[in-house]
Design a protein. Structure first.
Length: 296
């Protein structure tokens, strides 16, 4: 019942025919004036870090390092070897710094292992999860954000088109990453956290737990006391989007005082993505792709 509610809430549009796969270029998809692609140079990565600063520090009041506050950029050591997915609005006049309206940070397992591991490992014990799936390559999603005035269905769809295209291109077997509730008091999100714990907790081969010293109980309400319809409405849009695709959550939340959030770990096996959404985005990731020379 709970996942039926999620699926009814967003039905993929049926009136937009899939466009052809790009013959060249690096654009993963386009809708109107928006396009999604990877950052091409340090300047674009810097612009993505600026978008992150505006969302995390200015809007969400994250406590970043003095250097980050001085530079007005959200950055860390992972930025050096991650790929940075962008949503660019070409209708905005100005330089690329003005046109980037959303971003995601993508980290493939082989790259993570060559550079000290995944960011999520600072909050969750992911090593057993990786060890149980030696035949799969994992991809970490992080630092997701969209500027307030661009938080529309089109922008979110393009971010997911970019994630899906990237995962197909690199042969990924599963995605994971931390998603956040605003604030550091889990009781304020008791309904949502309990709903996640009781309905989509990863088990057996997909089980993963918060680090013991950071573990915060998510089982704050008995299952019989949970109103599923109301719980769904309290979930952050990003988490709802993950669940629609078939994601699970890790055991335990983590309080991130620096970012002023309560984090949960999302685990999304590629094979679990709903057939309806594979049809929407395209099994070969061509749902919103266009030829490089086509008009926007």
């Amino acid at each position: 019942m709970a996942l039926e509610l999620l699926n009814r809430e967003l039905t993929p549009e049926a009136n937009q025919a899939p466009a052809p796969i790009p013959e060249s270029g690096d654009v993963f998809g386009r809708i109107g004036s928006l396009e999604t692609r990877l950052a091409r140079n340090d300047r674009e990565i810097d612009a993505a870090q600026s978008v992150r600063f505006r969302v995390f520090a200015e809007e969400m009041h994250a406590k970043l390092s003095p250097e980050a506050m001085a530079r007005r950029r959200d950055f860390d050591k992972y930025d050096e070897f991650c790929d940075h997915l962008l949503v660019v609005d070409n209708a905005i006049e100005g330089e690329i710094e003005d046109q980037i309206v959303g971003t995601y940070r993508l980290l493939r397992q082989e790259v993570a292992m060559a550079n000290g591991g995944f960011y999520s490992a600072s909050e969750y014990d992911i090593e057993p999860l990786l060890a149980r799936h030696p035949d799969k390559q994992f991809m970490e999603l992080g630092r997701s954000c969209v500027l307030p005035q661009h938080r529309t269905k089109r922008t979110v769809e393009l971010l997911w088109q970019g994630n899906w295209s990237y995962s197909v291109k690199h042969g990924m077997g599963a995605m994971f990453g931390c998603a956040s509730f605003s604030g550091t008091n889990p009781q304020e999100h008791a309904l949502a956290l309990s709903f996640l714990h009781h309905t989509v907790l990863g088990k057996e081969e997909w089980a993963v737990s918060a680090l013991p010293e950071l573990y915060t109980n998510m089982d704050l309400m008995p299952f019989d006391d949970i109103n599923a319809r109301r719980a769904v409405t309290t979930l952050p849009p990003l988490i709802k989007g993950y669940l629609r695709l078939g994601a699970m959550v890790g055991n335990g939340a983590v309080i991130d005082h620096a970012f002023n959030t309560t984090d949960v770990l999302i685990v999304l096996p590629i094979a679990s993505i709903s057939e309806r959404y594979v049809a929407h985005y395209g099994a070969d990731a061509n749902r919103f792709a266009t030829k490089s020379g086509d008009p926007i």
